[in-house]
Each structure stands twice: as C-alpha cells, then as structure tokens.
Ligand binder design. Structure first.
Ligand code: HEC
Ligand SMILES: [Cu+2]
Length: 494
C-alpha cells in the first residue's frame, strides 16, 4: 500500500515537472514568435481580421506544420508546385504575393506558429476564465453569453431610438403650443433671440476651453514633447513652435471676439444695424500685418527647409529605404558607399528589391529589414517605391519624405541620440525608433513599420560588419581558391 502511494506520488511529481517544462518551453518560443511576428507579419496580417492577407486565427489547426513551413518560407514556390491548398488561398486573395521568408529558420517559424496558436486561443479565455485553466467549456459559454448580450444590446438600442423620437415629437408639439399662446397674447412666451445669443456665448466658451484643454492635455503625447533625435530637429521644433504660438494667439483672439460680438450685438428692437461699407485704414492694417507675419514665417521656413535638404555632407553614408505594399526594407551601399543599380524587371521572390544583378557595385550591398544608424554619423536616405506612393516618416528624427515610384527622393540627417540614450531620456526601456508610412489611404499603409536602431559608432561598425553582403565574395574559402587559381595560372603562363 505504502509503495503504491509513493509510486503514485513520484508519478504525479514527474508529470507535473514534465508538463511544466513543456509549458515553459512553449511560452518561451511563443514569446520569441511574437517578436518575429511583429517584425515580419503585422504589415499584412492580423490574428482576427483580414488585412492584406487572411486572418491567421487557427491557421495552425487548418494547415499541417510542414505545409506552413513551406508556405512561409516561399509561398510562391509552393503555389508553383501545384499544391491545391496553396493555389486555392492564392486565388482567394486575388493573387497577391506574400513576401518570402527564406531567412527564417524552421525553429523561428515554429515559434511564430506557437504565437499564432496562443493568440488564437487567448482572447476568448481572457474575459471569463482565469488564465491557466482548461478552456473548452468556458469558450462555449463565453460565446453564448456574448451572443445573448449581443441581441440584448440591439433591442436596447432600438428602444432608445424610439424613445428619443417620441421625446423630440413631444418637444416640437410643446413649442408649437407655446408659439400659439404667444400669438394670442401678442408677446412671445420664449425669447428666442436671447436664448440664441446665450447659446452662442456658451458654445464659443466651451469650444475655446476645449481647444486649450486639448493642447494642454494631448500636446504632451505628441512627438514635440520628446527631445528630437537628430541635429536639425531642434531648429525644426523651434520653427514649428513659433508658428503654432503665433497662429494660436490669433486663433484664440479672433474666435473669442467672434462669439463675444455675436452675443453682445444680438438683435435688439432699440438698435439699428450700422451701415459701414469700407474703411481703408482698417483694411490696410488687417492686410499688411498678416502679410508681414506670414512672409517672415514662410521665408524662415524656406531657409530652414533648404538647410535641411540642401547640400549634403559628402561623407554621408548612403542607405536606400525601399517601400512597398506593405512593408519597408533598407539597403546599405556597402564598403564602396555606392548603391548598386536597380531594375524593376528583376524584382522577384529571390530579389525583392530588384537589385540589378549585372551591376558589380551591387555585390557589397546589404539588404536588411531594420534601419540601423550610427549616432553622430550623417546619413543620406534615398527613397524608392515599388508600387504606389508611400511616405517615409521618422517622427523622432523630424524627417518625412514622400516615396514615389519612378521619382527618386532623398533626405539627409544626422542622428544625435542612440536608442539607449533615448530609452533613458523617456524612461521607457521598451522604446524604439520607427519609420512609418504616413499615407493614410486604404487599409494597410498605416501598418507599414520598420524598426530603427541608433547605435554608438563602434556598435554600428560591428553590426554592419556582421551583415551578409548580397554576393559574398570575400569568405576565406573563396579567397583561398582565388589565390590557388592565380598561382596555377601564373605557372601555366610561365
Ligand atoms: C506582403 C504581405 C505579407 C506579409 C509580410 C506576410 N504575409 Fe502571409 N499572406 C499574405 C497574403 C496576400 C496571403 C494570401 C495568399 C496569397 O495571396 O499568396 C498570405 C497567406 C498566409 C498564410 C496562409 C493562410 C491560410 O489561411 O492558409 C499564412 C499561414 C501566412 N500568410 C503566414 C504569414 C507569416 C507567419 C508571416 C510573417 C513571417 C506572413 N504571412 C507575412 C501576405 C503577407
Ligand atoms: Cu505606404
């Protein structure tokens, strides 16, 4: 008897430990998967809704793991191989091409799938069941309650609408009766003129106070509340603030006067409106003053803009920023600091950026999906779009430039704070610089996001050295063979 219990005990212990380690491993890989998913997939996918690609909820049950591995690495290859599911989903999505991810290892993709699995199961549990308990029952009850509360909500909405309509009818009727009473008495019961004037005053005051509150409260959340992370940023902020203050003062004065006069000079039977056709002096004043102020603002703006976009430091590092539906890539010019040519006809699964493979200068180019920069090092971003107009927006560096197919644009700047320094300044260890797409039309430009990392100069050098070149011509083996070749050649020549 004793033996049985002790065996049972150890069995329980072992299974507990075992399942714990499994959940721990699972949690860990899902965590890594989340990072990979956020970096690579969110521009086109969401778990619960269709974006560019289909919703990924429960895709781990719908497809086999081997299929998913093949698909995510190179969906086009799978489609070309004639796989029925692959062809079907491709057709369903109007043959839009998913990016291939040959660079992701099997384990990385598995962790992404683990994350998708976790997310597919998570949201429904969250509202009812404490985390960790089994969810199969809870999920069904949860969906039932949400269904019930759904129908309840719609019937309540209808009730509210009907009551509102009845209320409006009653008010209209009461006003009608009061107007009739006024007619009989020969003097209106309600003084609409006075009420309108007071409403005007109330509307104006509330509007002005709300604007002030808005500036105060949400101004803190704008990027202007953070130190700019580029050398031209301070000048830019300064100009923006001066413009905002001047136009702000004018706004508050003119809006205040507008509503105050509407109140003060409301209709009165004792007063006649003044006929005042023109006054040259006043018109001159209110034309000349704004003209001078605007000229100063515009001229200063032009000067700042030419300074920001004008002649570039010839030592600037050249980096291409490539925008497409719906993500970004960066391409470094490599050691020669000359970007290889590009040719749209060569865009394909293995050459997403359409780098011209006939151009030798492209051999040392480096393609990445994060933009890394060195602090204090001038960089010249050259923008290129594959398909439609995008807009590269780097809010923390005060940089924005349209990215237009067939029309090269560029912006040079110098980062002045590393990611680590900015994290410290903002007291936010998770902060990251970003490049966003500022075009807000359609469903997915706003999801285009690439992480930007600013290193110290040494860190940046190290990072760059570790990145693979497009054509790796200087691996030790290649050099050795090259030497052997030349020595044999010279021998033959001798
Ligand atoms: C450029 C947009 C884009 C990106 C980025 C992207 N996908 Fe897709 N994905 C698609 C499209 C579009 C489809 C639909 C099939 C098609 O048209 O090729 C799809 C389909 C899928 C499918 C098949 C869905 C199903 O129902 O069978 C999976 C799985 C998938 N993507 C996973 C991923 C993962 C994981 C990543 C990130 C590593 C990713 N995708 C990144 C666009 C994208
Ligand atoms: Cu875009």
């Amino acid at each position: 008897m004793k033996i049985v219990t002790s065996v049972l005990k150890s069995l329980v212990l072992v299974t507990a430990l075992f399942s714990f380690s499994i959940t721990a491993a699972f949690a860990q890989s899902a965590e890594e998967g989340e990072k990979l998913y956020n970096a690579n997939c969110t521009s086109c996918h969401a778990i619960n809704e269709k974006v560019v690609g289909p919703a990924l909820k429960n895709v781990h049950t719908k497809r086999k793991e081997a299929w998913l591995l093949k698909w995510i690495k190179n969906s086009q290859a799978l489609i070309k191989s004639g796989d029925a599911d692959a062809v079907a989903i491709y057709k369903e999505n109007n043959e839009s091409v998913m990016t291939s991810f040959e660079n992701l290892s099997d384990n990385q993709i598995k962790s992404i799938i683990a994350f998708i699995k976790k997310e597919s199961e998570a949201p429904l549990q969250a509202s009812v069941v404490p985390t960790g308990t089994s969810s199969s029952n809870a999920t069904t009850t949860d969906s039932i309650t949400s269904e019930v509360s759904g129908t309840l909500k719609t019937s309540i909405n209808w009730l509210v609408i009907i009551i509102m309509l009845l209320l409006i009818m009653v008010i209209v009727l009461v006003l009608d009766i009061l107007a009739k009473v006024g007619e009989i008495q020969g003097k209106p019961v309600i003084n609409w003129n006075g009420i309108n004037a007071k409403l005007m005053l109330a509307f104006g005051s509330i509007g002005i106070l709300a604007s002030a509150w808005e500036i105060w409260e949400h101004g803190k959340l704008t990027v202007f509340n953070q130190t700019p992370a580029s050398t031209h940023g301070a000048e830019y902020d300064n100009m923006f603030m001066i413009t905002l203050i001047i136009t702000g003062i004018v706004f508050f004065i003119t809006q205040g006067l507008l509503f105050w006069y509407a109140y003060k000079y409301k209709h009165s039977s004792k007063r006649r409106a003044l006929f005042y056709p023109d006054n040259h002096k006043i018109e001159l004043i209110w034309t000349v003053i704004p003209a001078i102020v605007l000229t100063i603002l515009v001229v200063r703006g032009l000067k700042t803009w030419t300074e920001m976009t004008g002649e570039k430091d010839p030592k600037s590092r050249i980096v291409e920023v490539y925008g497409y539906q719906f993500a970004w890539n960066a391409r470094y010019a490599g050691d020669d600091n000359i970007l290889g040519k590009h040719d749209f006809r060569q865009i394909g699964v293995m050459n997403a950026l359409g780098v011209d493979t006939n151009d030798l200068k492209a051999q040392d180019d480096i393609v990445t999906n994060e933009l890394h920069l060195g602090v204090g090092e001038p960089v010249l971003l050259k923008f290129r779009a594959k398909d439609v107009i995008h807009s590269a927006y780097l809010p923390h560096f005060r940089v924005q430039m349209n990215v237009v197919p067939g029309l090269p644009t560029q912006f040079g700047f110098t980062p002045s704070l590393t990611t680590a320094e900015m994290r410290q300044k903002l007291n936010n260890p998770k902060f990251d610089y970003v490049i966003l797409c500022n075009k807000i039309c359609g469903g997915a430009h706003y999801r285009m996001k690439m992480k930007v990392v600013v290193h110290t100069k040494e860190e940046f050098k190290q990072w760059l050295a570790q990145q693979p070149r497009l054509v790796n011509k200087s691996t030790p083996n290649a050099q050795a063979t090259a030497q052997v070749e030349t020595s044999t050649k010279t021998k033959v020549a001798n």
